[in-house]
Design a protein around this ligand. Structure first.
Ligand code: ATP
Ligand code: MG
Length: 445
């Protein structure tokens, strides 16, 4: 990060320095050129307004003295006088840009690269009264040689700026990075930390995640404690009864009774362990579920049939009504879902009560509804019954063998299937739970 900031700052500085220098050089050169042209113009007018020209043409002017070259050209472009060379030997000048311009406009100028490296020749010409043209020329440094002359200064400047950038980058990264490091070190007390504005979303996310981790750890701990507690009761019971049998103090009748208790409690243990295993299986978030096309109605019907004996034992009437509804799911999950909902509807019912299980399409969804005429769930408990180990009436639930994991499993299954669950319940009247699945009717298998 530091390197990146360093590099970018230096790059920006280099581009800035270079373009500024180039611009300044161009502007200066333009001024310099204008100044030379101004000077040449003055010379030309001096030559025109005084007798200097005729003097020159006779005496021969020594151009080496002040590096000004003077040429006189007639109307045809033939050279009449040339201060630097023999006029006779010069070519016709009629097609030189400054001469063409002078013939047309009365005066003209041009800059041409000299034969000498890094030099340019500046020309200024005017037409005088007799129709001839006076051209004054001077050689001067070209833009490139001026720029080359400034190069050491530019390089020195750049070195200074690079050093400055490195220092600035160092300070900047420190300002940027330090609060982040502070966040990393003080995850526990993020509220008290002072950072800069742009870091706030990052800090908020970290805080959120940290809280979630803590909450999850807390929940897991609570779950473990609950599981251990729930395991302890039937195990203690099994231990007690088996000890009694072992001691030989129990009568034959008692042995049978105790064996039944042991049987009952072992069953409970097994159910509990199975539920816990199932919950942790469903807890795995990233697992790809092997979903297939299933007829929800068919699965619910089978499940209801299986539970008929159970319902009879509780003196509850269990009814089913269903229309074929295809859903994308896993068979075991749907079976567990229907089983847990029906099991509750039977278990928390009254003698002579009814349980109605329906499967039907409603608003394009496959909806499973389990409605009972049972004891109902008080409003204040309705939210919580889906929590693990939560039971409204501990004694009633326990006496019927409940551990409070059934609806937790249901909730997980609903989430895995991206279904929607609705609970309506009234104490003394009954409970109605419906689960709406996305219909898979039109999907290709
Ligand atoms: P498990 O299903 O694990 O054997 P459980 O039935 O006690 O035990 P859940 O199915 O999770 O556990 O149900 C939680 C609690 O919600 C129950 O103890 C019961 O108090 C209440 N409850 C669930 N379904 C009904 C219902 N249909 N009518 C009345 N109360 C219900
Ligand atoms: Mg249950």
């Amino acid at each position: 990060m530091k390197k990146k900031i360093n590099f970018q700052l230096i790059l920006i500085a280099m581009i800035a320095v270079f373009s500024t220098m180039a611009l300044v050089a161009a502007i200066c050169y333009d001024l310099f050129k204008k100044q030379i042209m101004e000077d040449l113009k003055t010379y030309a007018h001096l030559l025109e307004d005084t007798d200097a020209l005729s003097d020159l043409m006779e005496k021969k002017y020594d151009s080496k003295k002040d590096k000004v070259r003077i040429t006189v050209v007639d109307e045809n472009g033939d050279v009449l006088y040339e201060s630097d060379a023999d006029a006779e030997k010069m070519d016709n000048h009629a097609n030189r840009p400054e001469i063409i311009q002078t013939f047309a406009e009365g005066e003209g100028q041009a800059v041409r690269r000299s034969s000498t490296m890094g030099k340019s020749t500046f020309y200024y010409a005017i037409r005088i009264e007799d129709g001839n043209v006076i051209r004054v020329a001077k050689e001067a440094d070209s833009i490139w040689s001026i720029f080359a002359g400034a190069l050491p200064a530019i390089i020195a400047m750049m070195v200074l700026i690079i050093l400055f950038c490195v220092a600035v980058a160092h300070v900047l990264t420190k300002i940027l990075i330090e609060p982040i490091e502070k966040v990393a070190r003080n995850v526990e007390h993020l509220d008290a930390l002072e950072t800069y504005e742009e870091l706030a979303p990052f800090v908020a996310t970290i805080k959120n995640q940290h809280e979630n981790i803590l909450k999850n750890a807390g929940m897991r701990q609570e779950f473990t404690a609950n599981v251990s507690h729930e395991l302890k009761t039937p195990l203690t019971s099994i231990l007690g009864y088996s000890e009694l049998i072992e001691s030989g103090m129990a009568s034959d009748q008692d042995v049978v009774r105790f064996a039944r208790k042991i049987h009952h409690n072992s069953n409970r243990l097994l159910t509990l362990i199975n539920d816990v295993i199932r919950l942790s299986e469903l807890d795995v978030v990233d697992r790809e579920e092997p979903f297939e096309m299933l007829n929800l109605s068919e699965i619910a019907r089978t499940c209801v049939n299986m539970l008929q004996i159970n319902a009879e034992n509780h003196e509850v009437i269990l009814l089913f009504r269903g229309i074929t509804c295809m859903v994308r799911s896993e068979k075991q999950m749907l079976e567990e879902l229907v089983y847990n909902l029906c099991d509750n509807a039977i278990r928390y019912n009254n003698k002579g009560g009814r349980v109605m299980v329906t499967v039907e399409p409603i608003d394009g969804k496959a909806v499973l509804t389990v409605a009972d005429t049972g004891i109902g769930i008080p409003k204040e408990h309705q939210e919580r019954i889906f929590e693990r180990f939560y039971r409204v009436d501990k004694s009633r639930s326990k006496s019927t063998g409940g551990t409070g994991l059934g609806l937790a499993i249901v909730k997980h299954i609903v989430a895995k299937n991206e279904a929607e669950m609705k609970l309506e319940s009234e104490v003394g009247k009954g409970t109605r739970i419906s689960v709406a699945f996305a219909c898979a009717e039109n999907e290709k298998v």
